[in-house]
Design a protein around this ligand. Structure first.
Ligand code: NAD
Length: 308
């Protein structure tokens, strides 16, 4: 039987996961959006005497992600009613539903061990032949599949979307040596014809192609700011609209991506390259201080720019 993705599951309802779920919903693909159980009750939930085991509480995090889709600018959903293609749930109650989908995309925190723990569960609950992919920004795809079943490995690859997923055209497809050629060919045509992306097949090297170049470019620009004393706004105009690029130039891009994610991504190449190349991926100390203060960018309201 010819392969067809009719239903999908997105695991992780943060910046990228909610955006990818919205992109799928815009195309009309029913999508299950799962996240972890929230670990704190809200004030209202405490007042009502609810506990963390309450199902309503457990689904709050994922529901909140869908609600956020309506507030974001630019909007992830083309029409409000497209949200009806998204069903939310959580990883404690809804893992069995993974057997109902044809493609599972992992979009959780950029951490190899946490992703591996998730894939161990996914390997148990997915049905044979289901495509599983990771949206990692640059962690080794092969390392994530370590310890998994042969069927999982044959159907596992990287599908790297860019932020925001509705608008950015690029989709990197990253197979491993064990990914079945049929799966790679299918995902390439699905990426082009159904998701409407420009697909590039990348090698499973640290940060693949776009983030290897992008991380280097951003760090060079951030470094130049430090040395030369130019302001964030000046550098952004010179690296953005004034040279014909999008408004989100250097520092706006960092705020949109999230400083936590960017630093993980930069450290990933830093730790996986040798010699002189390491220096190119060194994150300046002041960015680590911003991270410690919780200045993560748009998602916390303060990054290089402060939300008005
Ligand atoms: P985020 O911090 O906005 O969201 C991460 C989500 O994962 C959160 O909702 C969190 O609750 C959930 N999560 C954390 N631990 C979990 C676990 N153990 N099980 C299930 N869910 C868990 O992060 P993001 O920016 O959406 O990034 C997600 C992935 O996409 C990362 O691998 C990142 O490198 C990649 N990515 C990010 C961007 C970007 O611009 N932010 C672009 C491309 C790729």
């Amino acid at each position: 039987m010819a392969r067809e993705i009719q239903r999908a599951a997105v695991i992780g309802s943060g910046v990228m996961g909610s955006g990818i779920a919205a992109h799928l919903a815009n195309i009309g693909i029913p999508t299950l959006l799962l996240d972890i159980v929230p670990n704190e009750l809200t004030k209202a939930e405490k007042e009502k005497g609810l506990s963390l085991s309450n199902r309503v509480v457990r689904n709050r995090l994922a529901d909140a992600a869908v609600a956020k889709l309506f507030k974001q600018k630019p909007a992830p959903l083309t029409k409000k009613k497209n949200a009806s293609f998204i069903t939310t749930g959580n990883l404690e109650d809804d893992l069995e539903k993974l057997a109902e989908v044809d493609w599972i995309i992992e979009v959780i925190v950029e951490n190899l061990e946490i992703k591996k723990q998730l894939f161990e569960k996914v390997d148990v609950y997915r049905k044979e032949g289901t495509i599983v992919s990771s949206n990692t920004s640059g962690i080794s795809i092969e390392a994530m599949a370590e310890g998994r079943s042969a069927d999982f490995k044959a159907h596992f690859l990287g599908t790297h979307f860019f932020n925001p997923p509705r608008y950015l055209k690029l989709l990197e497809i990253i197979p491993t040596k064990e990914t079945k050629p049929e799966v790679v060919a299918y995902m390439k045509q699905f990426g082009e014809n159904v998701l409407g992306k420009g697909v590039v097949e990348a090698k499973d090297t640290p940060n693949f192609i776009a983030n290897r170049i992008g991380t280097y470019g951003l760090l060079v620009t951030v470094g130049e700011l430090l040395k030369s004393g130019y302001s964030v706004g000046e550098i952004d105009s010179v690296t953005g609209t004034l040279i014909g690029r999008a408004k989100s130039a250097t520092f706006r891009t960092l705020d949109v991506v999230g400083l936590d994610t960017f630093i993980h991504v930069a450290n990933n190449v830093y730790e996986n390259v040798d010699g002189e190349e390491k220096d190119r991926f060194h994150v300046p100390h002041f960015m680590k201080e911003m991270l410690e203060k919780g200045w993560l960018g748009s998602k916390t309201g303060q990054g290089f720019y402060k939300k008005e």
